[in-house]
Design a protein around this ligand. Structure first.
Ligand SMILES: Cc1ncc(COP(=O)(O)O)c(C=O)c1O
Length: 400
């Protein structure tokens, strides 16, 4: 008889973004010309100056276990970055380096949440948050946001959710956001902070897309709006997105010492330290930045402009203009209600689009927002152009 799985593991479903790109990958392997807008991964190579420092570390045999929380040199570089870019003062004992921001979030949730504690998640949300909350044996509570509010959590809605959730302990905030690309202003964050301080809510502030921001918008960390809020915030960041280092696996958490130390103990008994070579490469990524990082941002900006322009010209499609990250989420509800192909949901829409026109986009339902699809524009302008041509052709074909 097969061994029974844990109840916890049964709650965890495969990541829809990863399964879709796996299907697109299989089609590509079978020789099909698939255009994929599904994965949240820069299509650029890791910059040369970062690779050079990794090569140097390898030649110097820097290949052993390091301190669990990360080498001191790196934690100092992270403190310097947080002061330089965010006006936040931390010391190395307030920093935990983990194998990706994903691991950072789970370590922190595990360190602060007891069974049945409630974790507030503005919706739409990044696909992994609910599962991470469930893995920490706590309970996700979704707070709907509206397109009219640029998909930003409103302080009044937050307060209402807290009052209705007797075990509310944590809020996960993500700016710039995956999937919508919305970016909160200092005023909006101050209003949210006021509610969090009043009700003693810890904010896990996921700022992984901080550097990918367009127009004249500025990134603000909620930890920087007041000293009381800083005491209740764990900032999450990493190198995957802005430095094109997804495969290197490094993220970090910065926050109140007792939380970071507890999260560190979780890590000590799970993954231990991050790969030693990656850590050296990240010291260089943060300390010796050259213009390759800014050049990638400019390229994403150009793609955002192009893709937004194309999408918003399509009839019956409404499209929120993202200001950060590399995603865009057009509303396809009209086509779900007015098609001749039997499509009744964004999931079916995406499946048919992939099967018939070989374009992979992710259904909004994966992020808690039905009637939409998410494009990742971490793709060349040429591919974006061809992909949108096919997307448009599909819409024409199915519309009644
Ligand atoms: C909002 C958000 N947070 C965190 C992560 C995880 O990043 P990492 O590669 O550092 O684990 C992602 C990756 O897709 C993301 O979109």
């Amino acid at each position: 008889m097969a061994i029974k799985l844990s109840n916890r593991s049964k709650l965890i479903k495969p990541s829809p973004t990863l399964s879709l790109s796996a299907k697109a990958g299989q089609m590509k392997e079978a020789g099909i010309d698939v255009i994929s807008f599904s994965l949240g991964e820069p299509d650029f190579n890791t910059p040369e100056y970062i690779k050079a420092s990794a090569q140097k570390a390898l030649s110097a045999n820097f290949t052993r276990y390091t301190a669990n929380a990360g080498i001191l040199e790196l934690r100092k570089a992270i403190c310097a970055k947080l002061l330089r870019d965010n006006g936040l003062e931390y010391t190395p004992k307030d920093i935990l380096v983990s194998p990706g921001a994903k691991a950072s979030i789970l370590n922190v949730l595990t360190a602060v949440c007891d069974t049945d504690d409630q974790v507030l998640i503005p919706s739409p949300y990044w696909v992994s948050y609910p599962y991470q909350v469930l893995l920490a044996d706590s309970v996700p509570v979704y707070i709907e946001t509206r397109e009219a509010d640029s998909y930003k959590l409103q302080a009044a809605d937050l307060e209402e959710a807290i009052l209705e959730s007797p075990c509310a302990k944590v809020l996960i905030l993500n700016s710039p956001s995956n999937p919508t690309g919305t970016v909160y202003t200092r005023e909006e964050l101050s209003a949210i902070a006021e509610v969090c301080v009043k009700h003693d809510i810890l904010v896990i502030s996921d700022e992984i897309y901080e550097r990918l921001i367009y127009d004249d918008v500025k990134h603000v960390s909620i930890a920087s709006v007041s000293e009381e809020m800083k005491e209740r915030t764990v900032v999450i960041n990493g190198v995957s997105k802005a430095y094109a280092m997804t495969g290197w696996r490094l993220g970090y958490a910065a926050g109140p010492t007792h939380i970071i130390q507890a999260a560190g103990r979780v890590q000590e008994h799970t993954t231990s330290c991050v790969n030693s070579i990656t850590q050296k490469a990240c010291v260089s990524a943060l300390n010796d930045e050259d213009d390759s990082i800014e050049n990638m941002r400019k390229e994403f900006w150009q793609r955002r402009d192009y893709l937004y322009d194309r999408l918003q010209k399509i009839p019956h499609l409404s499209c929120f203009k993202p200001q950060g990250a590399f995603y865009i989420m057009p509303n396809i509800q009209w086509y779900i209600e007015n098609n001749n192909a039997g499509i009744k949901s964004s999931d079916q829409f995406c499946e048919m689009l992939l099967d018939k026109h070989h374009v992979a986009v992710v259904a909004g339902s994966a992020f808690g927002l039905k009637g939409t699809v998410r494009f990742s524009y971490a793709n060349s302008l040429e591919k974006i152009n061809e992909g949108v041509n096919r997307f448009e052709a599909f819409l024409k074909e199915i519309s009644r």
